[in-house]
Design a protein around this ligand. Structure first.
Ligand code: A3P
Length: 293
C-alpha cells in the first residue's frame, strides 16, 4: 500500500509534504473576512463546512454542489502530491480564492499562521469527544492512503493516547483551542451538541456569522446537512474526489455519524486504561465532553 511519510513541525507529526511547505503555510496571508473552520481530524469538519456553505448559499443546495468541497473549502496546510492522484495544494487553492473565503485547518492553535490573529478572523472550532474521535480516526487511517498505516486497533489507541498521530495530541488540541477562545473570535462547538440539537447549533453559527435566514431556509439547511443526506451527496461524501486516496470499500468516509460508537470498539480493560489516562491529561482544563447522548 502506498502510504505517506511522516515528519514533524514543532514536535507535531505532519506529513512530509506539509513539513516541506511549512514556511509558506506559516507566512500565509489571512484576510479580515476569512472564516477558518478548525478541528482536530474527524470532529465534524466536513459537516460544519457544509452547514457554513448552506448558510452562505442561503440554502441553495445546487449552488453548494457546483464545486468540489476541497476547492470551496481547501485545507490550508493539506497537500497531496502523489502521481496517482490529482495534485492538491490547499495553500495554493486558498491563495487563489476570491473573498470571502472559508478555509479549513487541523492545525493546533499554536501553529495557526499569525496573520489569522492579526486580522482578527472569525474561527469556528469543532470538538468531538476523544473516544469517538479515536474510533473515527482509526477507520480513516484504514481507508485513506493520505494517512499512515494505523496498525492494529490496540496499537492505534496507544498512538492516539501518546499523541503520536498526525496533527498531534487530541488532548492538547482541544485544550489549546479552548483556552484561545476567550481571547479571540472563536465559536467553540461540540459534535455531540450538533448531533443532539442541530437546529440550535446551526443558529449559533448563524449568529456568529451575523446572518439571518427564514424558517424555510433553516429547514433546508437542516435537511441537507443531516448525516443521511450528506452520506448520499457526492460533494460531501468524497466519492468523487480523492479517488486514488480514499477507499470507501474499506470504510466509507461518511461512516456512522453517531455519538457513542466507541462502545463497539473499547474493551472493558481498554476503557479503564483510557479513562485513567484521560483524567490525568485533562486535569488542567474546564473542558467537559459527553461520550453518549
Ligand atoms: P464517523 O467516522 O464516526 O462516522 P471530519 O469531516 O472532521 O473528517 O469528520 C468525519 C466524521 O464526521 C465521520 O464520523 C463522519 O461520519 C461524521 N459526519 C460527517 N457528516 C456528518 C453529519 N452530517 N452528521 C453527523 N456526523 C457526520
Amino acid at each position: 500500500v502506498l502510504r505517506v511519510e511522516i515528519g514533524e513541525v514543532e514536535g507535531i507529526p505532519f506529513t512530509k509534504t506539509i513539513c516541506s511547505t511549512w514556511d509558506q503555510v506559516w507566512k500565509f496571508k489571512a484576510r479580515p473576512d476569512d472564516l477558518l473552520i478548525a478541528t482536530y481530524a474527524k470532529a465534524g469538519t466536513t459537516w460544519t463546512q457544509e452547514i457554513v456553505d448552506m448558510i452562505q448559499q442561503n440554502g441553495d443546495v445546487e449552488k453548494c454542489r457546483r464545486a468540489t468541497t476541497y476547492r470551496r473549502h481547501p485545507f490550508l496546510e493539506w497537500s497531496i502530491q502523489e502521481p496517482s492522484v490529482e495534485s492538491y495544494s490547499g495553500l495554493e487553492l486558498a491563495e487563489a480564492m476570491p473573498s470571502p473565503r472559508t478555509i479549513k485547518t487541523h492545525l493546533p492553535v499554536q501553529l495557526v499562521p499569525p496573520s489569522f490573529w492579526e486580522q482578527n478572523c472569525k474561527i469556528i472550532y469543532v470538538a468531538r469527544n476523544a473516544k469517538d474521535s479515536l474510533v473515527s480516526y482509526y477507520h480513516f487511517h484504514r481507508m485513506s492512503k493520505g494517512m499512515p498505516d494505523p496498525g492494529t486497533w490496540e496499537e492505534f489507541m496507544e498512538k492516539f493516547m501518546t499523541g503520536k498521530v498526525l496533527w498531534g495530541s487530541w488532548y492538547d488540541h482541544v485544550k489549546g483551542w479552548w483556552k484561545a477562545k476567550d481571547k479571540h473570535r472563536i465559536l467553540y462547538l461540540f459534535y455531540e451538541d450538533m448531533k443532539e440539537n442541530p437546529k440550535q447549533e446551526i443558529q449559533k453559527i448563524l449568529k456568529f456569522l451575523e446572518k439571518e435566514v427564514n424558517q424555510e431556509v433553516l429547514n433546508k439547511i437542516l435537511h441537507n446537512t443531516s448525516f443521511e443526506v450528506m452520506k448520499e451527496n457526492p460533494m460531501t461524501n468524497y466519492t468523487t474526489e480523492f479517488q486514488g486516496i480514499m477507499d470507501h470499500s474499506i470504510s466509507p468516509f461518511m461512516r456512522k455519524g453517531v455519538v457513542g460508537d466507541w462502545k463497539n470498539y473499547f474493551t472493558v480493560a481498554q476503557n479503564k486504561k483510557f479513562d485513567e489516562d484521560y483524567k490525568k491529561k485533562m486535569a488542567d482544563t474546564s473542558l467537559v465532553f459527553r461520550t453518549e447522548l
